[in-house]
Write a protein that binds this ligand. Structure first.
Ligand SMILES: Nc1ncnc2c1ncn2[C@@H]1O[C@H](COP(=O)(O)OP(=O)(O)OP(=O)(O)O)[C@@H](O)[C@H]1O
Length: 295
């Protein structure tokens, strides 16, 4: 795997100031639940901000707030200098070209009844692209994410998890967005597929200059993909800074704990990850032995 390349001269794309998100409580007179408190982040053009934290810390909510899918109760979200904190439908429609999302689960995020070509052409059609131009763009997108052009006439179920995630990435790229919110996009994949999909994210950034808000509970993943990292804990950002500093020499005790035990919520996945790591290390050891290099 390659590491994230250093960011170009920084031009701010997204800025979040003192953001508060409160969800309505259930039932009459139920109290509101504050999911985010006083969040401040900024993402430059061509930059990746990794958002890390345990389950329930508010990572997804922050991504959703940026996309206009969570209620902003206070503070401000600015995109390319424009206040989008309370963007209406019309402004969101324009923004949807510039901001896209890739979700965690490649098995449920694609319409199982549609051929890949139609899945990729959908956002192009919505934005009014002619059929011939859309067809050409779909081929470009498949090529960009490393899928064969005959994928056009195949259904999602004919693809592996990693390939489906490539389709989801291609769909997100269709309208050449400036920002992609990536919500745990490799968490459902096995370790070696994770590595290949992370490399694809890096290559796409290099080729297109897109920015990522990259949500993950896995510090290893975030370290690899991000220029800067923000650590969330109970709805607040407790630490943020350059990826190598935050992930190697954290200041906040919570980040130090995260570093010691990268939390993986599901015990089965935890076990599988341990086994995967062991297998990879063993493969590396055997390869090194065969090459006559001590492991
Ligand atoms: N639509 C909602 N209505 C009410 N509460 C919500 C809603 N969505 C999230 N929450 C709550 O907000 C808090 C933050 O949730 P969020 O999903 O943002 O955390 P997360 O860090 O992304 O967690 P995970 O890694 O498990 O996805 C949690 O306590 C969650 O229960």
């Amino acid at each position: 795997m390659r590491a994230a390349e250093s960011a170009p001269a920084r031009q701010e794309l997204l800025r979040v100031d003192n953001l508060v998100v409160e969800y309505a409580g259930k039932g009459f007179r139920a109290r509101k639940f504050r999911a985010l408190t006083d969040i401040n982040i900024s993402i430059g053009q061509g930059e990746t901000l990794g958002l890390v934290g345990e389950s329930g810390s508010g990572k997804t909510t922050l991504g959703r707030a940026v996309l206009g899918l969570a209620p902003v109760s206070g503070g401000k979200i600015t995109f390319e200098g424009q206040d989008i904190s309370h963007a209406g439908r019309k402004q969101r429609r324009v923004l949807s070209r510039d901001m896209q999302v890739v979700f965690q689960d490649p098995y449920t995020s694609l319409n199982p009844a549609l051929e890949i070509g139609d899945i990729l052409a959908e956002p192009l059609g919505v934005q009014g692209m002619e059929q011939a131009a859309a067809k050409k763009r779909v081929k470009e997108l498949l090529d960009q994410v490393g899928l064969p052009s005959d994928a056009i006439h195949r259904l999602p179920r004919e693809f592996s998890g990693g390939q489906r995630q490539r389709v989801a990435i291609a769909r997100a790229l269709a309208l050449s967005p400036k920002l992609i919110v990536c919500d745990e996009p490799v968490s459902a994949l096995d370790l070696s597929t994770q590595a290949r999909v992370l490399d694809l994210f890096l290559q796409i950034q290099k080729d297109t200059g897109v920015s990522y808000l990259f949500v993950s509970h896995d510090l290893d993943v975030v370290r690899h993909i991000s220029h800067r990292v923000a650590v969330m804990y109970r709805g607040e950002i407790v630490e943020q800074g350059p990826a190598d500093v935050v992930t190697r020499d954290p200041e906040h005790p919570y980040t130090q704990r995260l570093l010691l035990a990268s939390p993986v919520p599901d015990p089965d996945r935890q076990e599988k990850r341990r086994a995967d790591r062991h297998r990879l290390l063993e493969e590396q050891r055997i390869q090194a032995e065969q090459a006559g290099v001590p492991a």
